[in-house]
Design a protein around this ligand. Structure first.
Ligand SMILES: CC(C)c1ccc(C(=O)O)c(O)c1O
Ligand SMILES: [Fe+2]
Length: 293
């Protein structure tokens, strides 16, 4: 069993790094940490970065989770290989570009590229937020996949992943620590990045951010609303090149005795207890690249 410690980062391709970074800083509120070798690094909490934009074609390149250390990384590599999953180890140069000690990469059964890392660099200095959005931390990653049950079968077979709640066959919300979910899978025809989530400090932050986004003419995908699953109050919005961001406040923690629930996706409050409109626009497609050599 591979023990995930935390989420680490999302790496996304961009055809316009300037616009992607400007949105991440001036709208989302992240800190621009560095721009180096065609990669723009953005942070929102203690991690060196939780979002990296690599110049090139637009689309998601990889989503990463951290493990405890080198022994755990090696064991993970062996376990995945034994299960018939093709795994590649990153080169020192690629690890440096990710600000990690070492990493491995593989594709989930649908083609979502996942990286497992150890030794992600932390920055001790406080985050110099681009604007006061109230971000407290990088909250969760949501993939697109055509079959959420099969996605859960994969994650639960190899990782310390438990399902927290199902939204029928539309979505699976998964945890590996007390937080209701740090990984989710939403049904989509192709692999891709459904959204990245940032936790904010208060309900007021969600509502202030919603007003701010509206005033800036940013496309609001969903919200403000309240998810019945985590009980979080949310707003989803679209950044450049189809990257969807979510702010949320109030995600619940679960105990070991939690029994996963099933929500009927055809009910009007299955995703939003306040019955807001749900619109799904094109999300960021997974860019297909060979695994690191
Ligand atoms: C619609 C998506 C998959 C979703 C559903 C529920 C929650 C939550 O309970 O917090 C999310 O964060 C989601 O992104
Ligand atoms: Fe979410």
């Amino acid at each position: 069993m591979i023990t995930l410690h935390d989420i680490a980062y999302v790496r996304s391709g961009t055809a316009d790094a300037k616009a992607a970074a400007a949105f991440a800083v001036d709208v989302v509120g992240m800190e621009l940490v560095a721009q180096e070798d065609g990669v723009t690094y953005l942070r929102a909490d203690k991690r060196h970065h939780c979002l990296a934009f690599e110049e090139g074609e637009a689309g998601v390149l990889a989503s990463a989770f951290s493990l405890k250390g080198p022994d755990e990384l090696e064991a993970a590599e062996k376990e995945l290989q034994a299960a018939g999953v093709e795994v590649a180890r990153g080169t020192p140069k690629q690890a440096r570009s990710r600000r990690v000690e070492d990493f491995i990469a593989f594709d989930d059964p649908f083609g979502n590229r996942v990286e497992l890392v150890h030794g992600q660099v932390q920055l001790a200095r406080p985050v110099h937020f681009g604007r006061p959005a109230g971000i407290t931390e990088f909250g969760h990653i949501c993939f697109d996949a055509p079959d959420v049950k099969e996605a859960y079968a994969f994650w639960s077979a190899h990782f310390n992943i438990k399902v927290s709640d199902w939204i029928g066959d539309w979505a699976c919300l998964m945890r590996f620590d007390p937080v209701h979910h740090k990984l989710a899978v939403f049904r989509g025809s192709e692999p891709g990045l459904c959204h990245i989530n940032f936790q904010v400090d208060s309900l007021d932050d969600v509502m202030r951010n919603w007003r701010f986004l509206q005033a800036k003419g940013v496309e609001i995908e969903m919200g403000p609303g309240r998810h019945p699953q985590s009980t979080a109050i949310f707003v989803y919005f679209k950044g450049p090149e189809g990257l969807t961001y979510e702010y949320s406040y109030g995600v619940r923690n679960l105990g070991d005795d939690w029994v996963p629930r099933v929500f009927d996706p055809t009910e009007p409050d299955a995703i939003d207890m306040w019955h807001g409109p749900i619109q799904r626009t094109q999300t960021q497609p997974q860019l297909r690249r060979p695994l690191p050599a």
